[in-house]
Design a protein around this ligand. Structure first.
Ligand code: GLU
Length: 419
């Protein structure tokens, strides 16, 4: 994406922090600290491709804050990855962990690569070399990666193995989102989507709205979107549209998600699904619906298309899907946005549970994990709602940021500035 002032990721973070500081009134030096990531590691590394030629890849691991605990956050593989993007995403992780009160700071990683062009063996070699390169700063006590866009449990397994081989013994707590067989946690794969459905449900209860009367559109059919759609439907919501990178499908009477799932498992993409009308991604965002769940990537709702959104409620499954200009337009229209740092925190919450189980070498069952996840999100939702009521007229994003920034700055003040 070509970024302008509305869609540049670091600019977005900076504007979001400034918007909250109108309420919090933190001193300028504290704001300056928050706007800069603590550490940015850039690595350029060679990978031997299957035909024997060597390609050089660029990757990043950014630790935004280590104030409230080890840094935590996913690793994404995408041709669109940039240093600024990873820095913005690491900042959001700091705020996300603070909103749900996990004992973590924020981090993020990324490699500039189009995974569709790699073989399985190339993907593994790239992952192992990248893990080795960032091995100087990651670790179970310092910085714990996890899946994000285009990375998954298998890749986390390779990362855990590579880090462990370099140390000489198994260290499962260095990464979360691992396969169950490699000390991953039950419930982790569904956790982000489950979290989206839990937060939506809490919001509906608060607004005394009936979820079963809500028409829901979900943009993105990856790990987050798929689970969110399925679990919102399980709570009674009517999912009328879903989309993936190639486009979407729409049925005003509601989609049969099991049938859609079978189609995608067989054909990889939604395109061609026979029992619904095909729509573009732009049409999905403008679909006639009550709840829109952007669960794909950043800045998809921006100043160019915000006026087309018909949904009354937006629940952000992706990180940073709504730009500040879009938010201004939507707020004026009366749309309520439940922000990413609350709505999609389910993933990192269950990542935390996985890390705790790894440290204890004692594992919980899935019901237990889902109950703890629900509890954590309900508590965070109540905390954010209390701030939302305390300052009439603020958005939910501002309320979540007030909570996050106060937790982060309080901890920083208590630790003091070294030396
Ligand atoms: N990548 C996910 C996120 O953006 C999960 C991060 C984690 O589990 O550490 O929240």
């Amino acid at each position: 994406m070509n970024h302008n002032t509305d869609t540049n990721p670091l600019e977005i973070v900076s504007r979001q922090i400034d918007a909250v500081n109108e309420i919090l009134q933190l001193p300028a030096d504290e704001i300056a600290i928050l706007k800069k990531p603590h550490r940015t590691l850039e690595v350029n590394f060679p990978v031997v491709m299957d035909d024997g030629h060597i390609e050089v890849f660029t990757g990043f691991r950014v630790q935004h804050s280590l104030v409230r605990g080890p840094a935590k956050g996913g690793i994404r593989y995408s041709p669109d990855v940039t240093r600024e993007e990873v820095q913005a995403l690491a900042t959001w992780m700091t705020f996300k962990c603070a909103v749900v009160n996990l004992p973590y700071g924020g981090a993020k990683g990324g490699v500039i690569v189009d995974v569709t062009k790699l073989s399985e063996r190339e993907l593994e070699r790239l992952t192992r070399r990248f893990t080795s390169e960032i091995g100087i700063i990651i670790g179970p006590d310092s910085d714990i990666p996890a899946p994000d866009m285009n990375t998954n449990a298998k890749i986390m397994g390779w990362m855990m193995d590579t880090y462990s081989m370099n140390k000489g013994y198994s260290i499962p707590g260095v990464v979360t989102g691992k396969p169950i067989e490699l000390d991953g946690s039950l419930g982790r794969a569904a956790a982000t989507g489950r979290g989206v459905s839990i937060v939506l449900n809490e919001f509906m209860k608060l607004k005394k709205q009936d979820l079963s009367r809500m028409r829901v559109a979900v943009q993105g059919y990856g790990n987050v979107g798929r689970w969110a759609a399925r679990l919102i439907a399980a709570l009674g919501g009517k999912v009328v549209a879903v989309s993936d990178i190639k486009g979407g499908i729409h049925n005003p009477d509601g989609l049969d998600l099991n049938d859609v799932e079978n189609w995608v498992n067989e054909h990889k993409f939604l395109a061609g699904y026979p029992k619904a009308r095909s729509i573009s991604n732009a049409e999905l965002l403008a679909t006639e619906c009550d709840v829109l769940v952007p669960a794909a990537t950043e800045a998809v709702i921006n100043r160019e298309n915000a006026h087309t959104v018909q949904a009354r409620f937006i629940i952000e499954g992706a990180n940073g899907p709504t730009t500040p200009d879009a938010e201004d337009i939507l707020v004026k229209k009366g749309t309520t946005i439940i922000p990413d740092i609350l709505a999609n925190a389910g993933g990192v919450i269950v990542s935390y549970f996985e890390w705790v189980q790894n440290i204890m070498t004692f594992f919980w069952d899935e019901d237990d994990i889902n109950a703890k996840l629900t509890q954590a999100l309900q508590r965070a939702f109540r905390d954010v709602e209390a701030i939302h009521e305390q300052y009439p007229g603020i958005t939910y994003r501002q309320a979540a940021y007030v909570l996050a920034l106060s937790r982060e700055t309080k901890a920083r003040r208590m630790r003091g500035i070294y030396p």
